[in-house]
Design a protein around this ligand. Structure first.
Ligand code: GUN
Length: 289
């Protein structure tokens, strides 16, 4: 069994991005600028956005954070999106999800200029990705593809099972895995799937993105499979300073002895998601400037 070290690969990619930023700076060009809108005080969202801002500083990007309280109106948010769309200094921006119930996430996403949509959530980017055109791709699937490439994991003709069909992870992941050049045969499993254990047991590559800690047990995984654990459920812990720890979808102790490759949680997919956003922001800056 080989551990897929997302922490190490993400550090490598960050230093590659930092090199590029240095070149951009040395050429007297504008350095990439990421803006993030955060609504409310959800613990997870606060942490994720703080990481995104920290990552920008690490690679030399400019970043800004715009905060609103939970009672912000949809109109106020749409006005801010319009302002960021026309702000030439901002190369890309994200609106951290989830948003309060009185705001339509889809309406906000569709208001973002697709050329600044570094989350890759706008239907124009999703559609371009589906038909294999250059586009911004959602950060987690982008990061996972990068991990498979850097570990030279064979994907062509392999049976890939993706569990979960969210717009952010499962759906784009399943589409990317079947694309030309990756060429896996993909099955998408979800809450209505009946024979999940049998399906998973046939997977050469199993990608789980359901957010159910320890759901994937040893008897669901084929000998020699590649297992990618996207689950990052925050559970209370008295062993960490923050009082929280992250738990993956995979029962690591049971599953890892059977795998050829496996991503740990933490330190697998998570750091690659962060790098995915940096890659998209660098691309947005390059395309615009
Ligand atoms: N909430 C959970 N993941 C994400 C993400 O990748 N982008 C945004 N904007 N919100 C999220």
């Amino acid at each position: 069994m080989r551990l897929i070290d997302g922490k190490k690969i993400s550090a490598e990619i960050k230093s590659e991005i930092a090199e590029e930023v240095k070149k951009i700076k040395d050429a007297g060009k504008k350095i990439p600028h990421l803006a993030a809108i955060l609504v409310g005080h959800d613990g997870g969202s606060e942490t994720y956005v703080a990481f995104k801002i920290k990552d920008c500083a690490e690679v030399g990007f400019k970043s800004s954070m715009i905060r609103y309280e939970n009672d912000v109106t949809e109109e106020e948010l749409l006005n801010k999106v319009a302002e960021l769309n026309s702000d030439d200094d901002v190369d890309g921006f994200i609106v951290q999800l989830p948003l309060p119930k009185h705001i339509s996430e889809q309406k906000i996403i569709e208001a973002i200029d697709p050329s600044k949509d570094v989350d890759g959530f706008h239907p124009a980017n999703v559609g371009r990705m589906v038909i294999g055109l250059p586009s911004f791709v959602s950060a987690t699937p982008l990061g996972i593809i990068e991990l498979l490439k850097r570990y030279k994991i064979e994907t062509s003709g392999k049976n890939c099972v993706v569990i979960g069909r969210s717009n952010i992870v499962g759906r784009p992941m399943s589409i990317l895995m079947s694309q030309r050049g990756i060429d896996a045969t993909v099955t998408v499993a979800h809450s209505h799937t009946k024979n999940i254990k049998e399906l998973c047991s046939n997977a050469d590559i199993l990608i789980s993105a359901i957010g159910s800690p320890g759901f994937i047990k040893g008897d669901m995984v084929k000998e020699g499979a590649v297992v990618i654990d996207v689950g990052t459920t925050r559970v209370k812990s008295n062993k960490t300073k923050s009082g929280w720890k992250l738990k993956g979808d995979v029962d690591f102790d049971q599953v890892s002895p059977k795998c050829s490759y496996i991503t740990p949680v933490p330190g697998g997919v998570g750091p690659m998601t962060r790098v995915g956003l940096l890659k998209n922001t660098l691309l947005a800056g390059k395309l615009k400037n």
